[in-house]
Design a protein around this ligand. Structure first.
Ligand code: 7SA
Ligand code: CA
Length: 522
């Protein structure tokens, strides 16, 4: 049998290597431990001082605060202007007419200086790009001549996605020449303007696969995030996404683009749900591959208020009373958190945000870090495990009795509406099945497990774990950190924790991760 030649072996190994790379190509979420600042608001292009010089002056501070990414507005010149009954605008970059970087935010030179200063301060620059559409106010000399399938209106079925407004400004991004033009510009942003990532605008307007092809051309571990602001109810009849969840729709887009996505599932819960329901954001999904793709935010230049004319756009603004709670949640939970410029630098929420960033970094929370929700408490109580620490948060919660050794909160804000404990790193959580036998609950009573750790309600019968009956056994499965010796007892109690019957005798105890079941009996 002739030995395999070294060359053949080398080719074979290369094939294996590239196959594994592309097969499970990870999401482009930077280091996985990023904190993003949205480096503008809706009226930044109308700022008295050119925005690029504001950024240049603030670059060192932004780095010092702990931000590792900054999302900059579209830098292509936009000379549009529009007005409606309620407001007016234009020039913000979203209706651009050429790749010329002398924009309302500053000159080409000022942009280069600001970008260089931010990158030097350790804040990677992420440019907002708008390939779906452009203003075509110079019909004759446009970058994309009409009548050659490069515009949606020349070839309706060529547009890979939705139209912006009436679609007359939409480009066909899959058209080879259109695709190449943007690819070359993205490479230009990387090579000459310090781009280390891109924010893709209006991704509902083109295919995620096209985004993936552009990002592959950029190579290396560039960061990318898609703005897929399109609720399930906006998909047409017959499209599976119409009856899917926001999370499913976002995950599908990310799987096909290998980019992260703004967590509109969380935004929707923050807007419409109770605090306890914030756990249903993409960043709270039990699967780390789902948490890893989430870019969480409280508000942005569309949804929120902005300093200046008309207060910005405020299409879907979070009520003021929720904003601190929302930052406490996104900065101490998985996903890649985004801070909105005015909250930090115009409206004095910087003190809280700075402390939250410090706690997050201290615990080395990552986008895919595990999170456990303690739903037996009111409000939102969650434990996020980072590489070097654990953050326990209690938002407007009735958590009062604390487990042994938990002590006072590391951070208390808004009269205790926000409490965060910074604790030592925990080993990965494991499931344990808790069982009680020979209980004899009377009508209106239930069987619970009360015990030493937060998961067991810290011995507080009011916050013990409710068990469900199967025959003469009441059970529940919970997640607890591994390698912990935990003690607990069965109790029978009424709805409002009276009367209470405790299991007699010694506490039940077990070491988590060693046993899968723990049984107590009356
Ligand atoms: O209503 C908010 C939510 O409430 C919740 O209760 C709802 C949600 O469903 C509901 O549950 O969210 C809905 O509304 C959102 C906001 O409209 C929608 C969302 O899909 C929908 O569910 O979000 C869409 O709109 C956002 C502004 C987009 C989203 O991607 C998109 O999905 N955001 C990005 C996109 C753009 C555009 O690039 C930017 O828009 C955003 O800053 C960026 O973040 O075409 C030539 C032409 C003609 O067709 C027009 O007739 C003519 O009028 C030009 C003229 N169009 C002008 C527009 O009328 C004018 O408004 C255009 C040239 O300028 C303006 O457009 C601005 C836009 O207003 C502004 O937001 C655009 C360009 O300057 O820049 C910004
Ligand atoms: Ca389109």
């Amino acid at each position: 049998m002739n030995a395999i030649s070294p060359l053949k072996l080398f080719v074979w190994l290369c094939l294996i290597f590239t196959a594994t790379l592309t097969a499970n190509a990870a999401v482009r979420n930077g280091s996985g431990e990023e904190i993003m600042l949205q480096g503008f608001h809706w009226n930044s292009s109308r700022n008295s001082e050119p925005w690029d010089s504001v950024l240049l002056q603030k670059a060192a501070t932004i780095g010092y605060e702990g931000f590792t990414l900054i999302w900059l507005p579209p830098v292509w010149t936009d000379t549009s202007s529009w007005s409606s009954a309620q407001s007016s605008g234009g020039g913000e970059g979203y209706f651009w007419s050429s790749f010329d970087k002398n924009s309302r935010y500053g000159s080409d030179q000022q942009l280069k200086q600001a970008a260089a200063a931010l990158n030097a301060a350790g804040v990677k620059v992420v440019y907002d790009v708008v390939p779906n559409h452009m203003s075509d106010d110079k019909a004759v000399t446009s970058m994309f001549p009409r009548g050659s399938h490069e515009w949606r209106h020349d070839c309706l079925q060529c547009d890979e996605g939705d139209a912006f407004m009436d679609g007359v400004a939409d480009l066909n991004t899959a058209n080879p020449r259109v695709f190449e033009t943007f690819k070359n510009e993205f490479i230009n942003l990387r090579d000459n303007y310090g781009a280390q990532g891109l924010r893709f605008d209006f991704v509902r307007g083109y295919a995620p696969e096209t985004v993936d092809r552009w990002m592959n051309a950029l190579g290396s571990r560039q960061f990318c995030v898609g703005e897929n602001w399109k609720g399930p109810n906006e998909y047409p009849q017959g499209d599976w996404r119409r009856s899917a969840s926001w999370q499913d729709v976002l995950k599908d887009w990310s799987d096909r683009s290998h980019c992260t996505v703004f967590d509109f599932a969380l935004k929707e819960r923050m807007q419409n749900g109770s605090l306890a329901e914030w756990r249903h954001g993409l960043n709270g999904n039990p699967d780390p591959a789902w948490r890893a793709i989430a870019v969480t935010f409280v508000d942005n230049h569309d949804t929120g208020y902005s300093p200046g004319a008309y207060g910005g756009q405020h299409h879907w603004a979070l009520p003021d009373a929720q904003i601190n709670l929302a930052y406490a949640y996104i900065l101490s939970s998985p996903g890649t958190p985004t801070v909105y410029w005015p909250h930090m630098y115009d409206w004095q929420r910087d003190q809280l945000i700075r402390q939250l960033i410090k706690l997050r970094k201290g615990a080395a929370i990552r986008a895919d870090s595990p999170i456990r929700f303690n739903t037996q408490y009111s409000g939102l109580v969650a434990t996020t495990s980072g590489a070097s620490g654990t953050l326990v948060i209690a938002l407007k919660s009735d958590l009062q009795r604390l487990p042994e050794g938990m002590g006072a909160p590391t951070l208390t804000w808004d009269n205790g509406d926000i409490r965060i404990w910074s604790r030592p790193a925990q080993s990965a959580a494991v499931a344990v099945n808790v069982h009680c036998e020979n209980a004899n609950p009377q009508p209106g009573e239930g069987v619970y497990a009360a015990g030493s750790s937060l998961e067991f309600g810290a011995w507080d019968p009011q916050h013990a774990i409710a068990l469900t009956a199967t025959g003469n056994r009441w059970s529940a499965s919970i997640e607890v950190p591994a390698q912990q010796t935990l003690e607990w007892k069965c109790i029978v109690r009424g709805q409002n924790a009276s009367p209470i019957y405790w299991q007699p005798g010694a506490n039940n105890s077990f070491t988590s991760g060693v046993v899968a079941d723990t049984v107590g009996r009356f």
